[in-house]
Design a protein around this ligand. Sequence first.
Ligand code: NAD
Length: 281
Amino acid sequence: MPAHSTAQPGAAEREPSAPPGTLKGRAALVTGSTSGIGLGIARGLAEAGANVMLNGFGDAAAIEQLRADLAARTGVQVHHSFADMTRPQDIEALVQETQTRFGSLDILVNNAGIQFVSPVDEFPGEKWEQIIAINLSSNFYTIKAALPGMKQRNWGRVINVASAHGLVASPFKSAYVAAKHGVLGLTKSVALEVVETAITCNAICPGYVRTPLVEGQITDQARVHNKSEADVIRDVILAAQPNKRFVEIDELVGLVCFLCSSAAASITGSALPVDGGWTAR
Ligand code: NAD
């Protein structure tokens, strides 16, 4: 079981995603990093030597434990903020706090996201607004606040966690699919605006990863279809994913660390699928 899996968040016996020290002196902000993919990415960046600002919701004592453990294990500075990605003023304050604590913000990972599944004609307006705010608009506000500092230092990495649903659609996920397609457009536009600097902006597009966000869908679908969870995983969730297995969080962490390396300096404006062949069909 990889260390970045939500099923076993504390384990550490595996190869790091980037050589330790590779990102020493860099400062990273990962939105939505108290759980799932974001937590895995934050761990990977800290293991590679970056100071990390965590963000997201959850039990305050559990988050503090996680923060302290990560700092002790990696030796980097780790902080956490409860900034709400639906609130532009919270986002601006989060970017400022990161820059103040670490002296810069070099690596911005826009990861916070939620899901809601419903036919479009029954989709609650407030759910649409919430998904667009967290999954799309928050990326705009973090980038807007972080880019001036990156330009000043002439180095930066913006990595937006989109989805295979940024490239293709599924029914009943109108807000999520619209937001993730929007993230790819934002990614390309920002990349071109800074293309003559040493700042890159890319999106990664995971297929299904077994996190709390997907666990909720498995439970719901099992109820709706009156099937076992194993049948839902095989027949519904992984039906579109040709390799028939969940993407491991470590597979995403490895890509993020590579995008932060100098070897990835010419990769910008890209939407990089990590989806077991889903969008190759
Ligand atoms: P998750 O539910 O495990 O984690 C979501 C994180 O976002 C948590 O830390 C949560 O506290 C935070 N969050 C939620 N609302 C927030 C808000 N208003 N302000 C600040 N933080 C908030 O989900 P995950 O599966 O790890 O998803 C992470 C990202 O990956 C999302 O953008 C999601 O769309 C994307 N993604 C997930 C999958 C998958 O299969 N799990 C596939 C493709 C893309």
